[in-house]
Design a protein around this ligand. Structure first.
Ligand code: SF4
Ligand code: MG
Length: 328
C-alpha cells in the first residue's frame, strides 16, 4: 500500500545567533489514510517542530536540512512557499493548542469561515455560508447561525477550539495535524473534543497526526505511536503494544507518570527525574542516559540505533539489543 505521508530521515535545523541547532534528527515514519498517528514526548522533544516541518511553517530561522516528506506524490521538503499555500488548509490542516493562533480576532466567525471555504472549495458566498453553518453544527456548536455573527473573543475556549476544528475539516483535508489541541481545555471539554475528532475521523478518511505530551490522550486517539525524546524517535509501536509492552525506559517512565484515579495522590506522581537535554548540550551516547535508571557504560559512549523488535515495534535502547542477543 502506498502511504499518504512518508517522512524519511527528516532533519530540521534552526539558526541561532552562534550556530545551527538540530531540533529534529533523522525522523522516519509513515501514515496511511484513515489512520491516527500519536506523537508523544515532553515539551522540547521535537514533536511540534516535526509537524511544522511537514506543513512548511518553520519560519525564517528554521529549515529542513535533510530528508524527504512525501505527501501524495510530492516531496514537501522541496516545496516552495507558494505551493505550500495551496496545500495548507486544503490538503493538510492544522489545529494548535491555542485556538486564537488560527482565528483572526477582527473578523467574525462567519466571515473567516466563508473566506476559507470559498478560497479552497470554489463555492459561492451563499453556498459557503450554508456549508459553514453545516460544519459548525457538525462540531456540535449550538445556535450555529448566531455564532457565525460573533467575534472569536466572545466564545469560550472550548467553543473556539470547536470552530477551529470545523474550519480545519471544512475543506476535507487528507491530513489533519493536531498539536496539543485539548491541552488548554478543562477535562470535560477535552473529552468532548476528542470524541468529536474520533467521530469525524470515522466519517471521513482523514489521516490524523496527534501530538501530545499526554499518554492518556494517545490511548484514546492513536492507532500507532511514536515516542520522541531529544529530537529523535526512541520508540515506535501500535498503540496496543506500546501500552502492553513498552520497551524504552523513557516510554516506561512516561507510563509511570500517567495519573490513575484509583491511586492516592502521593503514589501516582512518579515523573521522570531530570529534563530533556537541549540541542546545544546533547549528551554523548544514548541521549536519555542522563535520566535512565538502567544506564551502563556502553550507553554513555555509544549511540543506540532504533532497533527492530518485530514488524511493528522498534526501540532505541541497548537493552533491546542485549535482550535479543540473549534469546538467540
Ligand atoms: Fe537507558 Fe541505555 Fe537504553 Fe539509553 S540505551 S535508554 S541509557 S538503557
Ligand atoms: Mg509543542
Amino acid at each position: 500500500m502506498k502511504h499518504l505521508l512518508e517522512v524519511v530521515n527528516l532533519q530540521t535545523a534552526f539558526q541561532s545567533e552562534k550556530s545551527e541547532i538540530i531540533a529534529v534528527d533523522e525522523i522516519s515514519f509513515t501514515l496511511n489514510a484513515g489512520e491516527t498517528l500519536g506523537i508523544v514526548g515532553e515539551s522540547g522533544c521535537g514533536k511540534s517542530i516535526t509537524s511544522l516541518s511537514i506543513i512548511g511553517l518553520l519560519g525564517k530561522k528554521g529549515r529542513v536540512k535533510k530528508g524527504n516528506i512525501y505527501f501524495d506524490n510530492e516531496d514537501l521538503a522541496q516545496t516552495s512557499e507558494s505551493d505550500f499555500r495551496k496545500i495548507r488548509g486544503n490538503q493538510i490542516s492544522m489545529i494548535f493548542q491555542e485556538p486564537m493562533t488560527s482565528l483572526n480576532p477582527v473578523f467574525t466567525i462567519g466571515n473567516q469561515m466563508i473566506e476559507g471555504i470559498k478560497l479552497h472549495m470554489k463555492l459561492s458566498t451563499k453556498e459557503a455560508r450554508s456549508y459553514a453553518i453545516e460544519m459548525l453544527e457538525k462540531v456540535r456548536i449550538p445556535r450555529a447561525e448566531e455564532v457565525m455573527k460573533e467575534y472569536p473573543h466572545v466564545l469560550s475556549g472550548g467553543m473556539r477550539q470547536r470552530v477551529v476544528i470545523a474550519m480545519a475539516l471544512a475543506c476535507k483535508p487528507k491530513l489533519l495535524i493536531a498539536d496539543e489541541p485539548t491541552t488548554a481545555l478543562d477535562v470535560t471539554i477535552q473529552a468532548q473534543i476528542l470524541e468529536l475528532m474520533r467521530n469525524l475521523k470515522e466519517e471521513s478518511e482523514t489521516a490524523i497526526m496527534f501530538i501530545t505530551h499526554d499518554l492518556g490522550v494517545i490511548a484514546e486517539m492513536a492507532d500507532k505511536v511514536i515516542v520522541m525524546y531529544a529530537g529523535q524517535i526512541v520508540e515506535e509501536a501500535d498503540v496496543f503494544t506500546l501500552f502492553k509492552n513498552p520497551k524504552h525506559p523513557y516510554t516506561q517512565g512516561l507510563m509511570a507518570s500517567i495519573p490513575h484515579i484509583e491511586y492516592e495522590e502521593e503514589e501516582r506522581l512518579s515523573s521522570i527525574p531530570g529534563t530533556v537535554p537541549t540541542p546545544q548540550n546533547m549528551p554523548k551516547g544514548c541521549r536519555f542516559h542522563t535520566r535512565c535508571p538502567y544506564v551502563t557504560e556502553q550507553c554513555k559512549q555509544e549511540r543506540p540505533d532504533l532497533f527492530q523488535i518485530n514488524d511493528t515495534h522498534k526501540s532505541r535502547c541497548w537493552l533491546v539489543k542485549t535482550e535479543k542477543h540473549n534469546k538467540e
